[in-house]
Structure formats: structure tokens, C-alpha cells
Design a protein around this ligand. Structure first.
Ligand SMILES: *Cc1c(COP(=O)(O)O)cnc(C)c1O
Length: 221
């Protein structure tokens, strides 16, 4: 088990360009496995559920940076606001407002990404372009003083059609570049285990890789 994790991890990190940040998505995997990857040098991990994230935060080394990558309910922001490094999955103004409120309470500034719907299928979450633009404009006007919008996140359609995936990623990159002209952005988070090389090709500098490191999950999450 240990050897496999190590092989997987090194295979991925060996091919990642220097400007691309790897979020090791550890959802559903136990603390011991996270610790193995930690000892290989990884410090940035991603989780999609608040309860699981909090439990892992409490037991694992404190120099781990945690990204929340799954849908976040407003009433749960308070549990992660004290420590979360970044919330990648902001999908409404209501949520952004609550993150801002909790950040202030914790005397912090919390970094976030706005999640944009890019998948042609409609099961994937995220905001429409128009809503994202509006929210970003409100942010630029000072509506969320305890938040830093670092960039955008997106998830492609679950398909083996590489051209469709490329189209969806390129669409987000174009929008990212356009927003960057009004205000500099740093992070474009696209790409998972099956499509991160395509995402990097399309301009990703933050990839969220789970099963290619930790192996298949026992249940879909
Ligand atoms: C689970 C998940 C990932 C990682 O998926 P893999 O296919 O296991 O790499 C990336 N992003 C989000 C939002 C996820 O929920």
C-alpha cells in the first residue's frame, strides 16, 4: 500500500510543471494515508465534506494547508473558517457573504475561488458566467472585505470525450483571462485525475488529484 502511494505520488509530481500546484484530494481516505503522502513532502490537501475536513484537521499536522473543494452549505462555514486555507467552491453570493462574516469573526482573510459551471451536463455545480461576473464586480467594489478572490474553479463533464473536456476548460481559461484584465487573478483550478494533463495544457495552475494518488474510492463522493 505504502509503495503504491509513493509510486503514484512521484509519477504525478515528476510530470507537473513547476508553476502548477497540486491539491492532493484525500476525501474518503484515512488519516494514515494522508500522513504517508505528507511524509513524501505534500502539504496541500483537498476535502469535499466539512465534517471530514474538520476531523482530519484536528488529528493531522498543523502545517497542512486544507482546501475545501465541495459544495459548502452556509450554516457550515463557521466550522472551517478558523483554519481553512482556501475555499475553492464558492457557488453563490449568499455563501460568499457568510464566508466574509466568519472570516471577520475569526480575524482572518479567507482566500476563495469562484466556481463556474462549465460542464455541458447539468449535474455539476457552479455559477453561470453572468452570476460570476456580478459577484466579482461586487467584490471589486468592496462588498467582501475579509475575502480574497484568488481565481476560478471548474469541473468538466464526466466523459471520455477529450475534445469536449478541452472545450470546457478552454472556455473557463478565456473567461479567467478576461476577468484578469479588470483585476489580477492568480489561480485557475481545473483538472482531476483523468483530465489534469489536458487542464494544464489549457492553462491550469492548480489541479485537484485524488484517485490517481490514493487509488479508487470505495464509494462515490
Ligand atoms: C473528488 C474531487 C476531485 C478529485 O477527483 P479524482 O477523480 O479522484 O482525482 C477533484 N475535484 C473535486 C471538486 C472533487 O470533488
Amino acid at each position: 500500500m505504502k509503495d503504491l502511494l509513493e509510486q503514484n505520488y512521484h509519477k504525478i509530481t515528476a510530470t507537473l510543471p513547476a508553476h502548477v500546484q497540486l491539491v492532493a484530494v484525500s476525501k474518503t481516505h484515512p488519516a494514515e494515508e494522508i500522513l504517508e503522502v505528507y511524509h513524501l513532502g505534500q502539504r496541500l490537501f483537498g476535502e469535499n465534506k466539512v465534517q471530514e475536513l474538520v476531523a482530519k484537521y484536528e488529528t493531522l499536522p498543523k502545517d497542512i494547508r486544507w482546501h475545501l473543494i465541495g459544495h459548502l452549505q452556509t450554516n457550515k462555514v463557521k466550522y472551517i473558517a478558523p483554519f481553512v486555507d482556501m475555499i475553492e467552491s464558492v457557488d453563490s453570493g449568499k455563501l460568499l457573504r457568510e464566508i466574509d462574516r466568519q472570516a471577520e469573526k475569526n480575524h482572518r482573510n479567507i482566500s476563495v475561488l469562484l466556481q463556474v459551471k462549465i460542464a455541458e451536463e447539468d449535474t455539476k455545480t457552479g455559477m453561470e458566467i453572468s452570476e460570476t461576473k456580478e459577484l466579482f464586480q461586487q467584490y471589486l467594489e468592496g462588498a467582501f472585505p475579509h475575502i480574497t478572490v484568488k481565481g476560478l474553479m471548474g469541473m468538466a463533464t464526466f466523459t471520455t470525450d477529450q475534445e469536449q473536456i478541452r472545450r470546457e476548460f478552454s472556455f473557463l481559461k478565456t473567461f479567467y483571462d478576461r476577468l484578469s484584465q479588470t483585476h489580477p487573478l492568480e489561480i485557475l483550478s481545473i483538472g482531476m485525475s483523468d483530465d489534469y494533463p489536458v487542464a494544464i495544457d489549457c492553462g491550469a495552475n492548480n489541479v485537484r488529484v485524488g484517485s490517481a494518488i490514493f487509488g479508487k474510492r470505495n464509494y462515490p463522493a
